[in-house]
Design a protein around this ligand. Structure first.
Ligand SMILES: C[S@@+](CC[C@H](N)C(=O)[O-])C[C@H]1O[C@@H](n2cnc3c(N)ncnc32)[C@H](O)[C@@H]1O
Length: 247
């Protein structure tokens, strides 16, 4: 998969792209990540990418022309999406990450200041994505969040192909708890079932723990099912493929 990240602060991205699984995936050629400096598309000598807002008000607005020039400079794969990171965008989640992993190319545009000129959005942007209901100083962290979450669904990026499938949210539940050596830590023992060697029993235990944990920490992932409700009995169904796990 090819990912192009457009920013006026490209230096903020580089160290993350060199480390960990993302760095390895890039070195192995599973991800082709290019960072484009939007300033290169602003007129010399000052390479100014922002200006005051029409109508007045605080702050600066990113100018449309350098952003459009940067987007148009990127070579396109057939199945591409141009995404603006924006606090006003649709909320990014695991389902969106999986969908985006099906693209050949993502072009991620990072805003700064008060945001970007609306005419750039109207002309060049396919989708706007937000990573949460809060405002950051720029789109670089959100772009890395999107890249990282999407990359986990790109074949070969994770060492173990199973990991993304068992992860929280992939099947509508939080993941079961994990334990590693030693068998005892500060008086707390590893659950006996995990030492049993019985894979079917372990799988069932993990399934139950995932459900228990989801009920406790994220009950919003489990919706009441009016069709199955009985007096005095609370019944839940899971959204999406998770209800498979209950059968
Ligand atoms: C200070 S913010 C602009 C916020 C804008 N004035 C508003 O109220 O929506 C500057 C840039 O950071 C990025 N950004 C900030 N919060 C974000 C979020 N929650 N998700 C995605 N991008 C965000 C966007 O690229 C945005 O253009």
């Amino acid at each position: 998969m090819r990912v192009d990240i457009l920013s006026i602060l490209p230096g903020t991205l580089h160290s993350y792209l060199q480390e960990g699984m993302i760095g390895r995936a890039i070195r192995e050629g599973r991800l082709d990540v290019n960072v484009v400096n939007v300033r290169d598309f602003a007129p010399p000598p000052h390479r100014q990418t922002d200006d005051g807002p029409y109508g007045g008000g605080p702050g600066q607005v990113m100018r449309a022309a350098p952003l459009a020039g940067a987007v148009r400079s990127v070579p396109r794969c057939k199945k591409n999406l141009v995404i603006l990171l924006s606090a006003q965008g649709a909320r990014f989640n695991a389902k969106t990450a999986r969908r985006l992993a099906g693209c050949e190319q993502l072009i991620l545009v990072c805003g700064r200041y008060e945001g970007v000129d609306q005419r750039f959005i109207d002309r060049c942007i396919d989708e706007e994505l937000s990573i949460g209901d809060y405002v950051l100083t720029g789109g670089e962290l959100p772009a890395l969040v999107v890249l990282d979450a999407v990359a986990r669904f790109v074949p070969g990026v994770l060492g173990n192909e199973q990991s993304a499938e068992n992860d929280s949210f992939t099947n509508g539940l939080l993941e079961y708890p994990h334990y590693t050596k030693p068998q005892e830590f500060e008086g707390l023992a590893v659950p006996q079932v995990l030492l049993s060697g019985d894979h079917a029993v372990i799988a069932e235990w993990r399934r139950q723990e995932a459900l228990r944990r989801t009920r406790r920490l994220r009950p919003d992932l489990l919706t009441p099912d009016p069709a199955h409700r009985r007096p005095g009995r609370a019944t839940v169904v899971l959204r999406g493929p998770a209800d498979r796990l209950l059968k």
